[in-house]
Write a protein that binds this ligand. Sequence first.
Ligand code: GUN
Ligand code: ZN
Length: 445
Amino acid sequence: MKAYRASLLWFAPHSEGPVRALFEEDGLLVVGPNASGVQVVQAIGAYSAVVHQYPGVAVEHFPGRIIAPGFVDLHIHYPQANVIGSPADGLLPWLENHTFPEEKRFAAHEYSAQAATFFIAELLRNGVTTALTFATSHTESVDALFAEARLRRMRLITGLCLMDRNAPADLLNRASSDGRVTGTEQSLRDTEALIQRWHGKDRLGYAITPRFAPTCTDAQLRGAGELAKQYPDVWIQSHVAENKDEIAWARELFPQSRSYLATYDDFGLMRHRAIYAHCIHFDDNDRDLMRETGAAAAISPTSNLFLGSGFFDYAGADRVGFRYGLASDVGGGTSFSPFHTMLGAYYVGREGQTKQGLSLNPQHLWWQHTAGAARALGLDGTHGSAAVGNLLPGCEADFVVLNPGCTPLLERKTSRAANLDELLFAMIVLGDDRLIERTVISQAA
Ligand code: GUN
Ligand code: ZN
């Protein structure tokens, strides 16, 4: 057992109604092993109330610091760290001219391994302790990322990018080396082998990963849907309704489906633990489909602003009531920092909103990148799952130590904050990796 004394930020258990952040100026966070030997939160509250319950437990003191849940990034591409800041006329030319050429390099194990080392270190440096991430269409890239995440004990979910048409030849899933099995069939066999190799090992999870409908044949989407049914606790990730040209292309390729989103449903790819990036250009039937299937949206504001894709409709999502959380979407997205993403979400939330809507509230912004994102992933402790993104008792002990005095301006603004909302807003608007003094990952016995 170990205890940490600092100001504490966490979230009240979520039911219906507005999200509520909790704050303890002089708090104590006690962590210790659960029945499986994993470090989880044992107690959280005011120092004066909790300290007596744990006599003899070593206390590490962080004066002037804030301990908060580790951030959860719902959608990021590990092969795209080098692609950040590559301007293009829109999504499709950006993929063709910047992204695909870089992703080709991940066929080499050594290239994947060095990129994985950089990527995991960069997430942790920015306070991200759980991530759902794309790899490339090469199994080498998946193995390299899982191996590195396991070494750092990060909670990481990834999978082989499924792409068997409409991309450069050296990015399409490869046929078997003897040529007897097609790329499509081999990609499904590789997916199953990777699920068995990595899913549920330590803190790793597998995501069945059709890149997006336009680069997958019917046969590949059908096979992916069958695997999703066979392995119900595995995740699914893809992209949808990001860009008008992409949508027109998807509609041409799958005219029998009611909408682009419905294409995924038609192949059995919408369910609990299915995360769709972007979800910008939706109608209410699409929103209903998200809610009814339990799928969740990964909102990627810095990417949507950089690529000119559009604005996620928070009012529509909240009216219909489907799950969502925040994501960096590096390298369409411009930053690994959750603070930049939360600020982008604020800008996007303002679009078309005349009143102070739910999504513009700083507590709600922060929740979308922590407990809300964990809930979208099904990692909120319900149905026997692990819980991350919060510091309630039982949550895995992943947290960040924030230094609100890390820059002169942050020091000035945070010290003048009259209430919790002002404090959170100061950090959301002015924060970046300098705010993250330390990232602590839950250890195992
Ligand atoms: N749609 C298909 N692939 C991608 C990708 O790599 N990034 C983004 N932003 N959208 C996509
Ligand atoms: Zn993406």
